[in-house]
Design a protein around this ligand. Structure first.
Ligand SMILES: NC(=O)NCCC(=O)O
Length: 434
């Protein structure tokens, strides 16, 4: 599409393609001067984000909206995404600041039926996806500090939107350098979960905004000097509620993560917060249904899945796995993925005979929330930093559980016995032959 922004008449919806992507027009539908005021700016921001990403494909939802006639779109969306999630009206000041700070802001709500004996248990969750800020060869502390600043300005907006629990992407303080297999300088990004500067930074945010902060970092456990891929959960009081470590380590494509840290040893912890019981299933753990299941068995009402994954590898699976986990476990799930392409100075190979390269591929964002009734929010874009705010009534989980009864019909004892047998060395698969 070609467009000359000098000639835009500011009416927006027709004249300027940016308006279709401008969160102010699209998100809240504010009329009059706001459309005019933001048109050129949004278009500039949008164009800049496309140029930076090297990807013109913004999101599946946008493409469906662009090409499917209105009368069919509703039905297509119902079948693909489940019951429509209503848009959440977010404060105009938050929308405006998000625009100024060049990130997408979207809000949705998951409602539950009214009950006679329980009042609604609504909680607002914020998911943050982002690019790295500085090049990967900038000094380590500069990179960390720049990311703190960027995320800090996004959390300010989350606070304006009334977010109670915010979660960042996997290893958010660093480039996803595990593709390189080099130890230095990447291990220098590892920090103490309890006392590192990133945890201190999150404690400040948590206290300032009365917000639970989930901070997935590369952890250096200093007593034994062991590295882990860890999510630190900071309570809204500002104290560290605990930490939980990534249970499953990928050995696929360029995800050479076993070079850097060990398989988690914290089991399937669930954290009781003021806003609900939460758990964190880090990235590759989402391919393991039993991992989700055990967090749910321990009572998790919301399971976060902070991730770093690229289009060439996992994009067709992305929209299915966390959503399926929400359905199967009668809980809410939140998938968060980083954005953009990260370049490294030294070439590396994928061990597949193909040419050496200097990047992982494209991290496609697309963060979303899925609900126990099978519905899901639209995803954030594939190309831009973003904050997704969702309001969820946690009563929905028990309502759906009462309806579908997966926990009641699960026959877990049977599976426990069979699984125990299946993991023994002398196991013989139960195959009937003629
Ligand atoms: N970070 C991480 O575990 N990535 C593995 C690839 C994937 O799970 O899509």
């Amino acid at each position: 599409m070609t467009f000359d922004d000098e000639k835009c008449d500011g009416i927006g919806l027709v004249a300027c393609p940016a308006c279709r992507f401008c969160p102010i027009v699209e998100g809240v539908g504010l009329l009059g001067y706001r459309i005019h005021k933001h048109t050129h700016k949004a278009w500039t921001v949008y164009r800049r984000s496309l140029k930076m990403s090297g990807s013109a494909f913004e999101s599946l939802e946008k493409t469906l909206e662009k090409h499917i006639p209105d009368e069919e779109l509703k039905e297509v969306k119902r079948i693909l995404f489940g019951k429509e999630t209503k848009k959440l009206v977010l404060p105009a000041c938050a929308m405006e600041i998000a625009l100024e700070r060049d990130f997408e802001l979207q809000g949705y709500m998951f409602e539950a039926s009214t009950e006679q004996l329980r009042t609604p248990r609504t909680v607002r969750v914020g998911l943050i996806q982002n690019r790295i800020v500085l090049p990967t060869d900038a000094p380590v502390l500069d990179q960390i500090t720049a990311l703190h600043k960027r995320i800090g300005e996004m959390v300010d907006v989350a606070a304006m939107c009334g977010v109670n629990i915010v979660c960042f992407q996997e290893a958010w303080t660093m480039p996803f350098a595990f593709c390189t297999r080099e130890k230095e300088p990447w291990t220098e990004f590892a920090e103490s979960a309890e006392e590192g500067y990133t945890t201190r930074f999150c404690q400040e945010l948590a206290k300032k905004y009365n917000m639970v902060v989930i901070s997935p970092i590369l952890e250096r456990e200093e007593v034994h000097n062991v590295l882990w891929n860890t999510a630190v959960v900071v309570s809204n009081s500002g104290s560290v509620l605990g930490k939980t470590r990534k249970n499953h380590i990928p050995r696929v494509g360029d995800f050479n993560e076993s070079t850097y840290y060990m398989e988690g040893n914290t089991g399937h912890k669930v954290f009781q917060t003021q806003f609900g019981k939460i758990a964190v299933n880090i990235c590759y753990g989402r391919h393991h249904p039993l991992n989700w299941f055990m967090y749910s068995m321990n009572g998790a009402e919301i399971i976060f899945n902070p991730s770093a994954t690229v289009g060439g590898l996992s994009e067709p699976m992305w929209s299915i796995e966390a959503r399926n986990a929400a359905i199967a476990n009668h809980c809410f799930t939140c998938g968060i993925n980083r954005v953009g392409t990260e370049h490294f100075n030294n070439e590396f190979t994928s061990g597949d005979g193909k040419k050496a390269h200097q990047d992982f591929g494209y991290f496609y964002g697309s963060s979303y929330v899925a609900a126990p009734d099978g519905s899901r929010s639209p995803g954030l874009s594939r190309t831009r930093d973003g904050l997704l705010v969702t309001e969820m009534d946690l009563n929905l989980s028990r309502q759906i559980s009462d309806k579908w009864s997966f926990k009641m019909t699960g026959r877990y004892e049977e599976y426990a016995e069979e699984l125990t047998r299946a993991t023994k060395q002398d196991f013989k698969p139960n195959i009937i032959k003629e």
